[in-house]
Design a binder for this molecule. Sequence first.
Ligand SMILES: [Zn+2]
Length: 117
Amino acid sequence: MKPEDRKRLEQHISMITDQQYTRGGNGAHWDGCAEVHWDCKIAELEAENAILTAELAELNNKAVFIQFENEDELPADISSDIYSAMFNCSHVDVVRLFPYIKENGQKYYLVMLREDE
Ligand SMILES: [Zn+2]
């Protein structure tokens, strides 16, 4: 074996051996070491997960969810015009359900206005 080949072979063996011993983490890390260090990969993914979890919490705080109220639970004093507009966007799932959103504890019923009404 030529001396330069032997040197290259020794370098390769050294790299492989280093990776084996640092895999699992002996403190020797480098940019991109997560490709071979499972613990570094886990830490990388946990950091990413924490960012996404925080983003999701922020989005959930801003989000307005449509909820549905059973027809029997609607306020009693709704005029028939308003009831018609609400009825247009209701649907039946065993009972008739009317969509609403809640903002700061206040309920807002959804209505659908049709030009021909
Ligand atoms: Zn590492």
